[in-house]
Design a binder for this molecule. Structure first.
Ligand code: 4NP
Length: 153
């Protein structure tokens, strides 16, 4: 089983949106039995909470299932458990390294580094623009699935 973890700051806006989006892509490609998907936040601010209303609304607009998305915090154990740890922006990566007490690792990547344009996923908690975030995550998630297929399937 290939395990993919999306990580942001709060785990209520970007990473749960990426989790739901990527799980939907995996399902559409018939890979559910080979890839598991989860998300976490580097902060403990929203542990136990559902995603932000804006994230739930846009997932609903695209008919993507958002059941069972509950905020949790990223832990050191996640580093061992997951094969791909995918941050949304540079500060997420820095926070992950801080929690792990180590700088960089090939399995820790920033999603939009897979694209050839902007590298950080804007945080709709501050921008209010959930559509912009959805579009970038959609593009990044498709490229991530291609990368995983090439490397592992
Ligand atoms: P996220 O966005 O990291 O994409 O989930 C945020 C959610 C909550 C907060 C900041 C960013 N907050 O300050 O509570």
């Amino acid at each position: 089983m290939i395990q993919v973890l999306f990580v942001c700051l709060g785990n209520i806006c970007r990473s749960p949106m990426a989790e739901a989006l990527f799980r939907d892509l995996v399902k559409k490609e018939g890979l559910t039995h080979q890839i598991t998907v989860d998300s976490a936040g580097t902060s403990d601010w929203h542990i136990g909470s559902p995603p932000h209303k804006g994230t739930l609304n846009i997932l609903k607009d695209y008919h993507i299932n958002a059941d069972d998305l509950v905020c949790r915090q990223f832990t050191k154990e996640d580093f061992k458990a997951f094969d791909y740890i995918v941050g949304m922006d540079e500060s997420n990566l820095q926070n992950i390294y801080k929690i792990l007490g180590q700088p960089e690792h090939p399995k820790i990547i920033r999603l939009l580094d897979l694209t050839n344009h902007q590298k950080d996923v804007p945080d709709p908690y501050y921008t209010g623009d959930f559509q912009e975030t959805y579009d970038l995550l959609n593009e990044g998630c498709q490229l991530l699935l291609e990368k995983i297929k090439k490397e592992r399937l």
